[in-house]
Design a protein around this ligand. Structure first.
Ligand SMILES: [Zn+2]
Length: 421
């Protein structure tokens, strides 16, 4: 029970009771793992989840050193498979809490910590460039995706009931006679399988079927095959005069079935069955919105690009996402320092310890040791630059344009400049 009344405690003449048991009055309570607070602000819930997630990550930090411990790939897996789901759990109920700055900041700081553990970045490194480096969706977009998916899942199962459950006559509304299907094709251990799930095929009993369709099929074929099988099942069951919604994972499969030119036999068969089903029913084919949601996230990320730090925008190239995911611990650390500009060069170290470290380059004492100076200008690395880049003086952006990340990281690692502190 919630109330927005200000002085309800005084107005309460006697304690709340259910069957003679007194109900304790509290500001927060936990229900199915979600902490509800008296104002439905979700602050408490987000607080608790963040604390728990940080606890796990700090445990991991003890198991990671500069050169030993989990590799970046394992650490990323720990975050995305174990830690992040605890943050996004039941997102659709508390999504409103996300739009308060202080809550968002807490969630972001968890993701930043995880990214620092993955990349070995310096503690001052901002979160957004790190998201690009580790190829992680920003946490707020990830939670929105999760919330939308949860909503669609419930909606397609008819379990999302905002409308009143009782009709005018006072009876409970009968189970909606809509037929809904959840189709699924998935590739596991290189064997492709697909499945059909029909919550109600007209007789009120759910139907569940799984197929195994050989080792060399694609997920796309699995999806199309499942569409075909679902249509067959419904025709055989004598379904008539119903609205049928087929939910399908793959947008590609739907487009193919819908298009005028049919390229594969599987698609052709799926389409034939759908046409038969369509004669007596109203058929709707639609995607489970996972891909569409991911595309939305990517679009939003591109919109946020202008908020990235200037140095990062200068040196980042789209193709890096792929090469970064294969780098080992040391190289990823060097690459992160180079890309974010938060590195162990004197110009930046000076910000940590302004008194003991000067900004000037220790090798040539000619100018400040910035990333631009280190990569392209310092005479100390004159010969090395010749060897790696075939030129002796260049700017950071020129080098980023002309050479793959692997080569730049090779140059940085060979100088050993980032490992001296
Ligand atoms: Zn220098």
């Amino acid at each position: 029970m919630f109330t927005w009344r200000r002085n309800w405690r005084d107005q309460l003449s006697k304690p709340l009771q259910v069957d003679d048991t007194e109900i304790e009055i509290r500001n927060t309570t936990k229900f199915l793992g979600v902490t509800l607070d008296s104002k439905l602000s979700w602050n408490e819930h987000i607080d608790q989840k963040c604390k728990k997630a940080k606890g796990i990550l700090l445990q991991c930090r003890r198991a990671i050193g500069p050169s030993w411990g989990f590799n970046p790939q394992t650490m990323k897996w720990i975050y995305t498979a174990l830690v992040r789901p605890t943050l996004t759990y039941a997102a659709m109920t508390w999504i409103n809490g996300l739009y308060k700055q202080h809550n968002l900041a807490k969630l972001k700081s968890v993701q930043r910590l995880a990214n620092i553990l993955i990349t070995g970045a310096l503690p001052s490194t901002p979160g957004d460039p790190l998201n690009s480096i580790t190829n992680t969706i920003p946490i707020d977009l990830c939670i929105e995706e999760e919330a939308a998916l949860g909503f669609l899942r419930l909606k397609s199962n008819n379990q999302w009931r905002i409308e009143p459950m009782i009709n005018e006559k006072g009876n409970l509304t009968t189970h909606t006679k809509l037929c809904k299907k959840l189709l699924n094709g998935s590739k596991m251990d290189d064997k492709v399988g697909s499945g059909v799930y029909i919550p109600d095929n007209g007789s009120g009993t759910p139907v569940e079927l799984a197929f195994h369709i050989g080792e060399h099929s694609t997920v796309f074929q699995a999806e199309a095959y499942a569409v075909e099988q679902a249509a067959k099942l419904l025709i055989d069951g004598g379904t008539k005069n119903k609205t049928i919604i087929i939910n399908c994972d793959s947008q590609a499969a739907i487009k193919a079935v819908d298009s005028t030119i049919i390229k594969s036999k599987t698609t052709q068969r799926a389409r034939n069955e759908l046409h038969k089903l369509e004669k007596d029913n109203n058929v709707l084919l639609r995607t489970v919105w996972k891909n569409a949601l991911r595309q939305r996230s990517h679009r939003k990320m591109r919109e946020r690009w202008k908020d990235m730090p200037p140095h990062f925008r200068t040196v980042w190239r789209e193709s890096y996402t792929k090469s970064l995911s294969n780098l080992g611990k040391n190289k990823l650390r060097a690459a992160t320092q180079y890309l974010t500009g938060h590195c162990e060069l004197n110009y930046h170290l000076n910000k940590y310890k302004p008194k003991s470290i000067s900004k000037i380059c220790p090798h040539c004492s000619m100018e400040e040791e910035t990333m631009n100076h280190f990569i392209g200008q310092c005479p100390m690395w004159f010969n090395r630059r010749g060897r790696f880049f075939n030129c002796h003086y260049a700017s950071v952006s020129e080098i980023a344009d002309r050479f793959p990340l692997r080569k730049i990281v090779g140059y940085i690692c060979s100088t050993n400049r980032f490992n001296q502190h």
